[in-house]
Design a protein. Sequence first.
Length: 109
Amino acid sequence: MAKWTPKHEAPEPLEGPVVPTIIGGTLLWFVLFVAQLPFYGWYEEHGHTWWVWTCLAGAGLGLIGIWYVRRRDTAIKRDAALQAEADARASAGAAAEGTTVEPSKPVES
């Protein structure tokens, strides 16, 4: 088989309200878990108890996701502030010397 190579550049990742999205998904999993608890007997009789525990696992993993995306969001904002501060210092230093400086581009990882 021939190796597949892309014919175009990958699009930039979408940045949206990540933290509220993860919180909403976690709440949805938890609500589904609580809504299924009164029917646990039925699920047990029919061999579907895994449905209940899947919802609990989704809520638990969602809590880990909330912790992760909040830290990620904080780190992104902190990096942007440091980058803006560095650009401001470079511009102030260049203005004192009478030269112009272009703002630096963010580091892509």
